[in-house]
Write a protein that binds this ligand. Structure first.
Ligand code: COA
Length: 257
């Protein structure tokens, strides 16, 4: 387990902490691998009854590492041999309850992964965004399906096409978050909720989750299709322009893309 992802199991709760504060918890290929290892082991480990994702009090995650996007863009043809797709698959198929504690920015996969979590607690400083189009890419993690199911087509289109940040109260109203709390209370509250779940009958929880999730039978196919487009687009001219602009701290020019 990399020290950029902290793993802790106690009282039936597997806690995974994003721990790369100098880069706003941006997720590298190694971090996705560490998360996948933990989820895959946790799925079959009877000592794990619930999983919790958390970041720091001022940032959940800045999403995929942008240097990784440039140097080793994800390749959907590799399936689960590609770290980000392996992580998304492990999360989407995780059979036990997943709780997320979100403070500060939750960018890209930092927001879309929440669509796969069962309970989401947000700090009043949480800022969610899915700026895939602004990066010359497209939705991932099943968000093109799950987000419109959650909030309706037009609101989902606004979030996915404009890619602008939205904040904790809106996430609560949308149903993306269960509760908004002061940032310093979020991780503790999420742990307390996870402890409640860990004390419940595990099989009942597993079947409850499976029954609720079965209504998205096309989700794995949607995720694969998104992944293929994402892989192509992230190698394309708009993504190159978007990432160069970020590095050069200038506005991107998509007039030719
Ligand atoms: N990948 C790699 N490094 C990242 C990163 C990312 N996704 N997000 C932030 N960082 C790095 C910055 O380059 C900076 O590094 P430096 O100190 O070596 O220059 C450091 O983290 C701090 O980032 P900064 O932008 O100064 O912090 P902030 O508090 O002003 O803003 C964010 C935080 C998350 C809002 C902002 O960093 C951001 O928008 N990041 C890009 C997010 C993104 O586009 N992710 C991909 C989504 S698909």
């Amino acid at each position: 387990m990399s020290d950029l992802i902290l793993k802790h199991i106690e009282g039936g709760v597997l806690t995974l902490t994003f721990n790369r504060p100098d880069k706003k918890n941006a997720l590298t290929r190694d971090m996705y691998t560490a998360l996948s290892d933990a989820l895959e082991q946790g799925a079959s480990d009877e000592a794990v009854r619930v999983a919790v994702f958390q970041g720091a009090v001022d940032v959940f995650t800045a999403g995929n590492d942008l240097i990784d996007f440039l140097s080793s863009p994800p390749d959907a043809s590799k399936g689960d041999d590609e770290p980000v797709f392996r992580f998304l698959h492990a999360l989407q198929s995780f059979p036990k309850p997943v709780v997320a504690a979100v403070c500060g920015p939750a960018v890209g996969v930092g927001t879309t992964m929440l669509l796969h979590c069962d309970l989401v607690y947000a700090g009043d400083n949480a800022a969610f965004s899915m700026p895939f189009v602004n990066l010359g890419a497209c939705p991932e993690a099943g968000s093109s399906l799950l987000l419109q199911n959650l909030i309706g087509y037009h609101r989902a289109a606004e979030k996915l096409m404009l890619g602008e940040a939205f904040y904790a109260e809106e996430a609560l109203e949308m149903g993306l978050a269960n509760r908004v709390l002061p940032p310093h209370e979020v991780n503790g509250y999420a742990q307390a909720q996870a402890a409640k779940l860990a004390a419940k009958p595990a099989t009942s929880l597993r079947i409850t989750k499976a029954l609720m999730k079965q209504h998205h039978p096309t989700l794995p196919a949607v995720m694969m299709e998104e992944g293929k487009h994402f892989s192509d687009l992230i190698r394309g001219p708009a993504a190159k322009e978007a990432m160069s602009a970020i590095m050069e701290k200038r506005r991107p020019d998509f007039s030719k893309c």
